[in-house]
Design a protein around this ligand. Sequence first.
Ligand code: PGA
Length: 304
Amino acid sequence: MLHLTFRQLSVFEAVSRNLSFSRAAQELHLTQPAVSMQIKQLEENVGTSLFEQLGKKIYLTEAGHELYHYSRVIAQQLNEAEAVLSELKGLKRGKLKISVASTANYFAPQLLATFTQRFPTVTVSLDVTNRQALLLQLANNEMDMAVMGQPPDGLNLVAESFMENPLVVIAPVHHALTRKKAIPLARLADETFLMREEGSGTRIAMERYFETHGIKIQSGMEMSSTEAIKQAVQAGLGLGVVSLNTVELELEAKRLKVLDVEGLPIRRHWYIVHRKDKRLSASAQAFKNFLLDEAATLMGAART
Ligand code: PGA
């Protein structure tokens, strides 16, 4: 039977995550000697050393790595318990932690604005990142829910689609192809495409689509945001594939055009995704229901 306290475990979790006694101390509002003392007592309690020091850096020992894994799971479970209890106590100080794929950044804040008007006591934190980082966050149970394009197979996730996410080819307004109707897909092989970064869902979907249709596109510059792609297309650096949700303003202002290509848009959806083992808090459940029931209508998009 291990003799350790939650306090020691949470100090240990912070030191391990930061790999620094001083950063952990800052985070926990403790002095550094207080942190060292907790770790020393913990090491005595478990009967083995958890860190080793090489030069100025500290590293987890093998035992430290093992305990770190459990300390994170326990910390997350305690957070969930805290959220559930505070809602049961009627405190309604709900917290909602969501992460969205960078492309979803074009509509997520607008939806959150309506949601928080309706649930003003819920504090929302929003992280914007790409698909690959989202999958890692889900695997580590670091947030309540994620909004992403195609959810992965094989992970233990619940994913429900709430809105269409059509991918279109954009071109500068004076590009010769903007005057053509029903452009054959194969014609795009003559054009250079600006590419999103590795790990982007848009990029994966685009590459897969061209590949299944036997088209070899020419890739030009690689850029890590839709915003950069839109600017580069306007500047004439090539064509781009982006979600239609992200170019409304440019289309309206006639700064970009969507090409009329046979078979396009690439049909995709936005999904609200969470781990199957996640006990959704009332705020998380309310947000999920809100997306499923109203997001598409609010954004003027199709549901399926
Ligand atoms: P992303 O978008 O390209 O910003 O990662 C996510 C997705 O469409 O899957």
